[in-house]
Design a protein around this ligand. Structure first.
Ligand code: LLP
Length: 463
């Protein structure tokens, strides 16, 4: 066994302070397939490789911190969703999880559609050649300019989120001499078992129009009267990072219930329903995510059954996975800068990024895993907290992790499952430039989003 470089650091399970962790894993060098991108492994030198490229080479060539995205894995996951739902359904990738022009092209090639929720995401999608009819525009407060641009471009659907928006979109469409396909987003009153900030179908929150009290039915009534709108369906998104299928099933049942009400009242059968995104992924070995084919099967069965019972034709289903496609495909590569062993507590391991490249730990108390990837080590497990370089004690990347006790400055750490909501939620806090995204595939690595520079930051500062 190697000797600890930090003898004061707590290492043994029997002296562990309170925390999320369980016992240290049997072998710190093993990379659990569940949390790492598909092509990740260790080479004969013990280094992590992805797409056939060693982590150290990526760090040398592109610097750290860096998001490393496995294109092969991304395409495989996109395809798995597409195949699972088949030709009679649509898969809209949720661009908010992570969007770049390369990603748009991959999605296009793999036959997926795209959900955008801002003018910026729409511009990215259009500039990379996503056909407008395969784009859906979301958002609870779309600006008039965003709506106008989307309609002019010819987006396939706009998901209406409020009574004001029903009228606003109808007017803009009429103004442009168009009839816009729309869905109405409803809140079905389901409590999704996830963090409060990412649950979206209970009543006391900002999204959608409640089913309760007949509000959703009233929204449908109004939309059907406006000639600028073609109401094609109803939309429900219950939250994010969800493992339990029962919330989706209740949502599907309630959405179909509304379709039946609409048919009974207006004699109209809406042809589509969208059941949103939200499927959870594995951030640590303790998580057990569902596969796309299981989700497709469960949703198809429930919708078909409920429609049969209501004597409705089965509508075309669409879903909007974001995290489940891109989340597992990337990891963030950091270099260790300093180590502080705190007696009886843990060792603080500072890396060269932090809450500006991954805000999820601070914001949602999210759990992540981490591994030493520039080498293997036989040293004892050392209870660690991986922290960033920002001026806040809440700047934590991985709250509780075991790392080898011989960890030293210059070692490379990788945090897996950072493909979703990390780069897309990155900030310039403390004027730290945002890291690049490097895509790897078949032995080749290329920058798809370049590193931000201090010049980029200064360019915006025109005072
Ligand atoms: N569709 C709609 C209408 C959404 O609002 C979202 C996510 C999705 C689809 C995609 O959900 P996913 O499959 O990625 O879970 N920043 C948070 C997540 C916020 C999700 C917002 N909406 C996080 O880091 O966990």
């Amino acid at each position: 066994m190697s000797r600890s470089a930090h003898p004061a650091g707590p290492r043994h399970a029997d002296v562990l302070p309170e925390g999320h962790y369980s016992a240290p894993p049997a072998d710190l060098n093993t990379l659990d397939k569940k949390v790492w991108a598909q092509t990740v492994g260790r080479d004969e030198h013990g280094e992590l490789t992805v797409g056939g490229i060693p982590a150290t080479r990526i760090a040398e060539e592109f610097g750290t911190p860096v998001y490393v995205l496995d294109e092969t894995d991304f395409r495989a996951r996109a395809r798995a969703w597409r195949t699972a739902f088949g030709p009679d359904a649509d898969v809209f990738y949720a661009g908010k999880a992570f969007l770049s022009r390369a990603v748009v092209r991959w999605l296009h090639e793999e036959g997926l559609n795209l959900d955008v929720c801002s003018g910026g995401e729409l511009a990215t999608a259009l500039s990379a050649g996503m056909p407008a009819e395969r784009i859906a525009l979301h958002g609870n407060n779309k600006s008039v300019q965003e709506i106008r641009r989307a309609i002019e471009a010819g987006v396939g659907r706009i998901v209406l989120d409020s009574f004001q928006e029903i009228v606003r979109v109808a007017h803009i469409a009429r103004d442009l001499g168009k009839r816009q396909k729309v869905q109405i987003r409803i809140t079905v009153g389901v409590e999704a078992h996830t963090h409060e900030f990412i649950a979206t179908a209970h009543e006391d929150q900002k999204f959608g129009i409640p089913l309760a009290g007949g509000q959703a039915a009233e929204a449908v009534r109004r939309a059907l009267q406006l000639d600028g709108l073609e109401l094609i369906g109803v939309h429900s998104h219950i939250g994010s990072q969800i493992f339990d299928m029962s919330g989706f099933e209740v949502a599907a049942r309630r959405v179909v219930g509304l379709l039946k009400e609409i048919r009974d009242e207006h004699g109209v059968e809406l042809p589509e329903i969208d059941l949103g995104g939200g499927l959870g992924i594995a951030y640590t070995s303790a998580d057990d995510p569902r596969e796309p084919h299981e989700i497709a099967k469960a949703l198809n069965e429930i919708v078909t059954r409920e429609c049969e019972a209501a004597a409705l034709a089965t509508p075309r289903i669409s879903v909007e996975p974001g995290r489940a496609i891109v989340g597992p495909t990337a990891f963030t590569l950091y270099e260790v800068g300093t180590l502080k062993p705190l007696d009886g507590l843990r060792t603080y391991v500072s890396v060269d990024g932090g809450m500006s490249d991954n805000i999820r730990t601070a914001l949602y108390d999210a759990e992540y895993s981490v591994a030493l990837v520039s080498r293997t080590s036989d040293a004892e497990p050392m209870l660690s907290r991986v922290v960033g370089k920002h001026c806040e004690s809440g700047d934590i990347v991985v709250k509780d992790a075991f790392l080898p006790a011989d960890l030293a400055p210059g070692d490379l750490l990788a945090v897996p499952a950072t493909g979703a909501y990390c780069r897309s939620m990155a900030s310039n806090y403390n004027h730290v430039p945002r890291p690049p995204v490097v895509a790897v595939r078949d032995g080749e690595a290329r920058v798809i989003v370049r590193r931000e520079t201090e010049e980029d930051l200064l360019r915006l500062d025109v005072g």
